[in-house]
Design a protein around this ligand. Sequence first.
Ligand SMILES: C[S@@+](CC[C@H](N)C(=O)[O-])C[C@H]1O[C@@H](n2cnc3c(N)ncnc32)[C@H](O)[C@@H]1O
Length: 255
Amino acid sequence: MIDFDNLEGYRDAVAYDQLNNLDGLEEKFFSDLAHQSGGPILDIACGTGRLTIPLAKQGYDLTGVDITIEMLEVAKRKSSAQDVSVNWIHADIRNFEIKKKYKMIYTTGNSFQHFLDRESQEEMLRTVHKHLDQEGLFTFETRNPVLSLLSADEDIEKDAGSYVDKDGNQVSSTYRRSYDHKKQIELYLFTNRIWKDPTNMIETKEHFAIRYFFPQELESLLYYNGFILEKMYGNFDLSPFQAESPLMVCICRKR
Ligand SMILES: C[S@@+](CC[C@H](N)C(=O)[O-])C[C@H]1O[C@@H](n2cnc3c(N)ncnc32)[C@H](O)[C@@H]1O
């Protein structure tokens, strides 16, 4: 499907945290569901624990699984600094197995879009199904494929933010993107300009790909993998899902 390492952008987890804050509405959405379902809770592709740690702080039994060791190292450092207990596990969720059932399983930060082909989507969903309590809920968000937006501004260089990398260098990033309609994959090419001394700047390139799901396709994928899509919102504020909504925020149960 792709010929590059799609995890490249997660090797500098300190930079990830600088660029990705936890939005209050996102936190409230998952907190309210955690309150409804109770624990234990499994965070799939938990990254640096952006949401795992705030939920664990509320007293829930949290397990966070991620494939990128650098992300987990930052997650562990942050949770121990805050004296928060989380069971961090380094694993590929597609073949993850633990002898425990969860009342709530979630994935956020658009991690659902990292499973690019049907095989890996089904492997991920199989893991969720196997570990979800019969009464439990599975929740995630994925970006809404608004075709007018996906086909706009292709190959135009845009600002992707600035940060200080793990070695203390100043980094300024831009990106170009394009959308492959047949594969439903959005491809990004980031250019990172890196310097300590502005007269000695180096440039690196980084590729990234995410998969888009159309609403009925998503409902079928979930259905044929053992889930009922109970609710789909257009954002974390629980607004109704519409053609132009930014997200598809899904709540599913086992069928
Ligand atoms: C955009 S980050 C989101 C991290 C976190 N959920 C958040 O909201 O900040 C995507 C994460 O997915 C993880 N990931 C990608 N493929 C994975 C897989 N097969 N199994 C476990 N984690 C995976 C990456 O390592 C990365 O930490």
